[in-house]
Ligand binder design. Structure first.
Ligand code: AMP
Length: 418
């Protein structure tokens, strides 16, 4: 794999996979351009070296059909504003040969939404998995996916993947395309490099003690990560809705709190494994219970094992806060994924906010802190601490799979490791 830091793009055409899947309002205006800004260091380096730039991305889920509401044409003015040069648009990603050939150094071409072609994802559309013809359709689509990837590759001399958000997908533009470039002409972009380093800091290059805080609504969606982390962390704080599956598994009365009754054995297994591995498992002991799932509900602090019927635990209580903070403050490596309570309700955001503040304090004391995976990112943004932690990941599913220890296809494809 080549390295973007010392690669000279002068005179080359670079095709760059970015994640420009930005949210739009009803009039097609971008409501949050974070993802576009995230890719700028890579795009600007290519242009300032004297390269020509072909940018490609998906937007939304058009499922292989052209959908004007998901056209990347809508983002052209924003990309022009940030790059400071005109951006030409290719209305069909699979038919841009002439436009790519005409590109001169310093010029930019943006391809239309890749997912307007079913070949991008490589999944057959309009046929059910149970249909006897499905396997043949899938094989046929995989062959078409290779052709699509080959076409995209034909536009450029060098391939850069800077789309961490889709790095866990083996799509035409994220992985298959890399087969058409030799090792010296494919690489990760700057954003990808930052994400890879951040994940490495919590999976391999760990400074101790390492405290992971896993929250959110369910244990079932986090089990792969929890199991991988049990081999790495010193302290594992489990909070949010999953608290009550653990409390119920240990014989508690959890009232109306969120619970996954089919995961009680799993919860007990996690407790057992944590003990065996010498991990300090920190579970909430008290909660702020509400008599309705509403910001204006009546509240009372309860023991998590003793919540009255008609009440549900939706934030952590003062004793839990104290033990969580105690495990976060001395940490030198911190991972936070998932809020401690229903932080969307201001009256139940205290627990998540205190967790966030403790992470910021530990970071100020030299810890490396990685926040990622959907709602914890929303938390740091809501509380205004995004710049006060070490790294906020741009990847949802990709980050979670990386923390589970999985090799991401988008990274493997350019890494040239056998
Ligand atoms: P996840 O996507 O699994 O990370 O879950 C995030 C969601 O979990 C957020 O929308 C929170 O409101 C929700 N959540 C956190 N704590 C609780 C709780 N005690 N009861 C119900 N939902 C919760």
């Amino acid at each position: 794999m080549a390295n973007i830091d010392n690669y000279d793009f002068k005179g080359k055409k670079a095709i760059v996979r970015v994640d420009f899947n930005v949210p739009l309002d009803d009039n097609g205006n971008i409501t949050d351009d974070t993802r576009i800004r995230g890719a700028l260091p890579t795009l600007k380096k290519i242009l300032s070296d004297g390269g020509a730039l072909i940018i490609m991305s998906h937007m939304g889920k058009p499922k292989g059909k052209v959908n004007p509401k998901l056209s990347l044409k809508q983002i052209v003015p924003t990309v022009e504003k940030y790059l400071g040069v005109p951006v030409e648009f290719a209305a069909d990603a699979a038919d841009a040969t002439a436009q790519a050939e005409a590109l001169k150094p310093g010029q930019v071409l943006l391809l239309e939404n890749l997912r307007f072609h079913a070949e991008e994802e490589g999944k057959p559309v309009g046929i059910d998995k149970a249909d006897p013809a499905y396997d043949a359709a899938k094989k046929d689509m995989k062959a078409k996916q290779k052709e699509f990837a080959k076409k995209l590759a034909s536009y450029a001399d060098v391939y850069v993947n800077d789309a961490f958000g889709t790095a866990h997908r083996s799509h035409a533009s994220t992985a298959v395309i890399a087969d058409y470039f030799d090792c010296d002409n494919k690489m990760l972009g700057f954003l990808m490099e930052k994400e890879v380093t951040a994940v490495d800091n919590i999976l391999s290059n760990i400074k101790r003690p390492f405290t992971a805080i896993m929250g959110g609504s369910k244990v079932s969606t986090k089990i792969g990560i929890i199991e991988n982390l049990l081999d790495k962390v010193d302290n594992l704080i489990l909070c949010g809705g999953m608290t009550y599956t653990f409390a119920k598994a240990m014989g508690g009365n959890i009232g109306n709190s969120i619970c996954e009754p089919d995961k009680l054995d799993l919860a007990l297994d996690i407790v057992k494994k944590a003990k065996e591995k010498g991990v300090n498992l920190v579970l909430g002991t008290d909660c702020v219970a509400a008599d309705a799932f509403s910001n204006d509900a009546n509240t009372k602090v309860c023991d998590v094992n003793n919540i009255p019927d008609g009440w549900e635990g939706i934030d952590i209580g003062p004793a839990s806060i104290a033990s969580f903070v105690g495990a976060i403050l001395p940490a030198k490596t911190i991972l936070w994924n998932g809020p401690a309570g229903v932080f969307e309700f201001d009256n139940f955001a205290t627990g998540s906010k205190v967790v966030c503040e403790a992470i910021v304090k530990a970071t100020n004391n030299g810890a490396f802190s990685l926040v990622g995976g959907g709602d914890s990112v929303a938390c740091v943004n809501k509380f205004g601490y995004a710049d006060a932690v070490s790294y906020v990941s741009t990847g949802g599913g990709a980050l979670l799979e990386a923390i589970e220890g999985k090799i991401l296809p988008g990274i493997a494809a350019v890494s040239c490791k056998k």
